[in-house]
Design a protein around this ligand. Structure first.
Ligand code: PEP
Length: 253
């Protein structure tokens, strides 16, 4: 019912040439399945969005941004608006990635404004949530996820929420080589789906895709995807090599 979704977050990596060749290799190697059996999106750095958009050409791979600012325009030096993202061909944007929360210091309130602004401006937001290692050790995982979901989606009506994808990314698993066990991922995803059913309604909660992120590799994708509430993966490091990202796409179908 929910089509698998594989998203590649390139973070602050690649350059002009490598971003274009990576995009072309991914588009070429996945053309037989992307769109039909799986949704795929890549999230390059801002300055390569235009060239990656051209490189993706007529493929069904969507383009996304790693961040943006919620205001439509004005004196916000260094920031990028939703309309600017649309202008260069983006369909998606990450909101509240753990590196934005914990390195840059974004709050739940700011992330909520971004989710709302993305939807209003016609960009599909991927709201990222997930607990720190200390929070997991202190049995705070459910409390943290519940807060991030409730505050991140505050004020959004049912129509708006249907544009949202959620990504559960335990912070201790991002870029560390540690992956949540399939059961840990399923437990968190089930919690999120139950929260969505509680805030909105069961039917809507069944339609929203929930991705897992945190050291996803070709070897662990199939097992994660077998979990009932894991609808896809958000991939960092392993999305920077065409071979491994293509293997993850295949394993997600
Ligand atoms: C990410 O960037 O969202 C991520 C999960 O990174 P990695 O796959 O490298 O852990």
């Amino acid at each position: 019912m929910r089509k698998p979704f594989v998203a590649g977050n390139w973070k602050m990596n690649t350059d002009g040439n490598s971003s274009v060749s990576l995009a072309k290799a991914i588009a070429c190697g996945s053309s037989n399945i992307v769109g039909r059996s799986v949704s795929v999106a890549v999230f390059p750095p801002f300055n390569y969005l235009t060239s990656v958009f051209k490189a993706l050409n007529k493929s069904n791979i969507a383009l996304g941004a790693q961040d943006f600012y919620f205001e439509p325009d004005g004196a916000f030096t260094g920031e990028i608006s939703v309309a600017m993202l649309k202008d260069v061909g983006c369909n998606y944007a990450l909101c509240g990635h753990s590196e934005r929360r914990h390195v840059i210091g974004e709050t739940d309130e700011l992330i909520n404004k971004k989710v709302d602004a993305a939807i209003s401006g016609g960009i599909l937001p991927i709201l990222c949530v997930g607990e720190l290692l200390d929070e997991r050790k202190a049995s705070q995982t459910n409390k943290v996820i519940t807060r991030q979901i409730k505050k991140g989606l505050a004020g959004l009506n049912a129509e708006k929420i249907s544009a949202v994808t959620i990504a559960y990314e335990p912070v201790w698993a991002i870029g560390t080589g540690l992956t949540a066990t399939p059961q840990q991922a399923q437990d968190a995803h089930k919690l999120i789906r139950n929260l969505l059913a509680e805030i909105y309604e069961a039917r809507l909660s069944e339609e929203i895709r929930i991705l897992y992120g945190g050291s996803v590799k070709p070897e662990n994708t199939a097992e994660l995807m077998q979990q009932q509430d894991v609808d896809g993966v958000l991939v960092g490091g392993a999305s920077l090599k065409a071979d491994s990202f293509l293997s993850i796409i295949q394993a997600a179908v």
